[in-house]
Design a protein around this ligand. Structure first.
Ligand SMILES: [Zn+2]
Ligand SMILES: [Zn+2]
Length: 270
């Protein structure tokens, strides 16, 4: 019997792409039985070279005040965690590290939303490369990002490119296997983890990010640190696919899921 129900990838209106007040997310989370909820608001510096000088960041004083207040108000009903989703890029290692170190975050997702200074969401990146090369280069850049940045706990939504360019879904793993394997080995070696992000279902992909083949590779390589998140930006998306994802991870042989407090994992048996 599952003792916890976690959602460790959630945005509120502290993120520019979410319209939802934190309290609405918390109330809905309690309704759907979530016991452990981490807000992971966006920090994405230099997110696109075509939009220079525009950083995604949030007022962290106000954020921590809000989290502490809700932790206090609802401590008998739900455990709330202060997280952040850091947009990594190879030139941002030092800046991102100082942001993460400046506050008592419980949990940090390291995501790659922009490759070569281009936000994947805008699709320009995919016009510049054939699909197989686009995918391979995405993992090369991820690997480069974590070569000098260890301020993350899990990598966010690996294979995110599938959300924005359908053609990448049919790229065979062998064309990017070496770099993906190197990336996952590095994550494991550094004692970090990856997340299973259910946001893909919202995008009609019919899969998590990453998909089962990548999760299986991570497990085969010895990966154990695993978090589950919905990537909810509105209350209705909280906890989506949760029970099915627990079963999927069990079927791959995962024994634990992790929550994080003060940047340290707690392993919960599946
Ligand atoms: Zn993201
Ligand atoms: Zn997110």
């Amino acid at each position: 019997m599952q003792k916890i129900k976690m959602d460790f990838h959630v945005h509120s209106d502290f993120s520019p792409d979410s319209p939802s007040p934190m309290i609405d997310m918390i109330k809905r989370a309690m309704e759907v039985g979530i016991t452990d909820l981490a807000f992971t608001e966006h920090v994405d510096l230099d997110y696109d070279v075509t939009d220079p000088g525009h950083d995604w960041n949030f007022d962290q004083d106000t954020y921590f005040d809000a989290i502490r207040q809700y932790q206090n108000d609802y401590h008998e009903k739900i455990r709330l965690y202060a997280g952040v989703e850091i947009g990594m890029q190879p030139h941002l290692g030092i800046k991102n590290q100082s942001i993460v170190d400046a506050r008592p975050f419980d949990f940090v997702i390291g995501s790659l939303h922009s490759v070569d200074g281009s936000d994947l969401y805008k699709r320009v990146y995919f016009d510049r490369h054939p699909s197989d090369r686009a995918v391979e280069h995405y993992y090369e850049q991820y690997l480069e990002c974590i070569s000098d940045f260890e301020g993350y706990d899990v990598l966010g939504h690996l294979d995110l490119y599938i959300r924005y360019e359908a053609k990448t879904k049919t790229v065979a793993m062998k064309s990017y296997f070496d770099v993906l394997e190197a990336l996952l080995r590095k994550v494991i070696e550094n004692g970090k983890g990856i997340e299973l992000n259910a946001g893909g279902f919202r995008y009609g992909l019919g899969q998590n990010n990453p998909g089962m083949d990548i999760m299986k590779l991570y497990k085969t390589l010895g990966g154990e640190v695993l978090t589950l998140g919905s990537d909810a930006h509105t209350p209705d998306q909280l906890g989506v696919e949760y029970n099915r994802n627990i079963e999927r991870m069990k079927s791959l042989g995962f024994k634990y899921i992790c929550t994080f407090k003060d940047r340290k994992p707690t392993f919960h048996k599946l």
